[in-house]
Design a protein around this ligand. Structure first.
Ligand code: TYD
Ligand code: MG
Length: 450
């Protein structure tokens, strides 16, 4: 008789091979190939169900039903609530607040919609209750299941018939008919796959918590991201109190949205005015600082850029930026050197976005140019100015999108002047009380330094 064949599967990316390899040819990870019996794969196949093709016009119910989390910031990131039967992955480093957020969501849904089942493989029922006590009034209709075996969880879902399900976390869950350890790619993939079938069949909206590894990705990342409908990342500094929930994949909405929260002693609260939060610690009257109006999805956000240009003692001067795209940073410095005659070759240049937020859009270019030049010449960007615009290689300032929203946001926070590309703006300047300072070139923008 032929021996049952085993395959090797990479625990990082899911690449399979018939023989063991020290390094995965797909993702390049070392020592990530683990043996998996072929029987497991057969069994997994047995879970597949086959259906006949349908005429598109005969399919009913194309309007998705959404379940509101009663947390507007989160609903917005989800594209207007959780779509029934969809699987949402919430990733983030340990301690960022995933369990807290989901407990708050669960509390809201239980109060308004019906039963909620929280499956936890991380904390005991007591710990969850203690956390719930901290968060305030507890709604009934919340069921806690401290279990990690798929078969038991499935039974409980059938028995309780919840309107909302939370799995915390996927790395602790396992299917008993698969031999690899919880958290391995085959377990994570299989568990999520089975959960998906339950969720779709019952129309059950499900949140799955996924821990992020040191490298910054959810363990078994690509595989999970492909299976689920929506992937949200919980970001932020664990040292600071604010948190950002960002959609990186969404089958039912836009992926550019972010939701802002603050961790308080009573759980996560929404940040209604994020721009004010990011500008709270801004120094006044200092050189090397400017406020940039950036877009996060459909929402404008004002952030502070800081620059420091200091004499270098190295053969190759340092170029460091954080929260920005390094290529754009380099490009802007090259334009400053070539077109503006700034001699930066003997200077280290540092540019930061404060508050730990990332700004990757080219509209931040003008901000980079202003802070670098401001620090280099030791001249200030006036405190009441906001700037944005993309910089081209010829030193021209190029158009950006959603210019009106950016200007309105700046005016809303009390800024008096906006340096922007010379393009049409559809706003009432008088009413807003802002002065627009359109510029065609970087040269014109730097004229505003004093
Ligand atoms: P938690 O939700 O357990 O994180 P995760 O599930 O992502 O690992 O968050 C735990 C942190 O949040 C912990 O450091 C304590 C803090 N916290 C508060 O500051 N306020 C609160 O009301 C709660 C419940 C937690
Ligand atoms: Mg947790």
């Amino acid at each position: 008789m032929r021996k049952a064949q085993s395959i090797m599967r990479c625990q990082e990316c899911g690449y399979t091979s018939l023989k063991w390899l020290g390094r995965c040819p797909d993702c390049g990870g070392w020592n990530t190939m683990v043996e998996e019996s072929a029987m497991e794969n057969k069994r997994a196949d047995a879970f597949k169900s086959f259906t006949a093709a349908q005429d598109i016009l005969s399919i009913k119910g194309s309007m998705e039903n959404r379940l509101s989390t009663r947390i507007p910031e989160l609903d917005r990131v989800l594209g207007g609530g959780i779509v029934n039967g969809s699987l949402v992955l919430l990733g983030g480093v340990p301690g960022i607040g995933k369990s807290t957020l989901l407990l708050q969501v669960s509390n809201n849904i239980a109060a308004a919609e019906g039963k909620v089942l929280i499956v936890s493989g991380e904390e005991s029922a007591k710990q969850i209750k203690m956390r719930a006590d901290r968060l305030g009034r507890i709604s009934s209709n919340q069921f806690i299941l401290c279990e990690t075996d798929f078969d038991y969880i499935k039974d409980q879902i059938e028995e309780i018939n919840p309107a909302f399900l939370v799995i915390d976390s996927i790395q602790t869950m396992f299917c008993s008919d698969i031999s690899s350890a919880p958290g391995s790619v085959s377990q994570v993939r299989e568990f999520t796959g089975r959960l998906l079938r339950i969720a779709k069949k019952r129309g059950l909206p499900t949140f799955i918590v996924g821990h992020v590894t040191k490298g910054g990705s959810i363990a078994g990342p690509k595989i999970l991201e492909h299976i689920v409908d929506t992937v949200l990342y919980f970001e932020g500094d664990t040292h600071r109190n604010y948190r950002i929930v960002r959609a990186v994949k969404n089958r039912f909405g836009s992926t550019n949205e972010i939701g802002m929260f603050e961790m308080t002693s009573k759980g996560l609260t929404e940040v209604v005015n994020p721009s004010a939060l990011f500008l709270a610690e801004r120094p006044t009257g200092a050189s090397g600082s400017v406020v940039v109006a950036t877009m996060e999805g459909k929402r404008p956000l004002l952030v502070e850029l800081q620059g420091l240009v200091s004499k270098s003692y190295l053969n190759v001067p340092r170029r460091l930026c954080s929260g920005l795209d390094f290529n754009r940073f380099s490009l802007v410095l090259a334009v400053l050197e070539k077109k503006m005659g700034l001699h930066l070759e003997r200077y280290d240049v540092y540019v930061n976005v404060t508050g730990g937020i990332k700004v990757v859009e080219p509209a931040a270019d003008l901000g980079i140019a202003l802070v670098a030049a401001s620090s280099h010449r030791d001249k200030k960007v006036p405190d009441d100015i906001v700037a944005f615009g993309e910089i081209g290689l010829a030193g021209e300032v190029r158009f950006v999108n959603q210019i009106d929203k950016r200007v309105v946001e700046a005016a809303g926070l009390g800024f008096k002047k906006v340096i922007l590309p010379s393009q049409d703006v559809d706003i009432n300047k008088k009413e807003l009380g802002v002065e627009l300072l359109p510029v065609r070139t970087v040269y014109e923008a730097l004229e505003y330094l004093n």
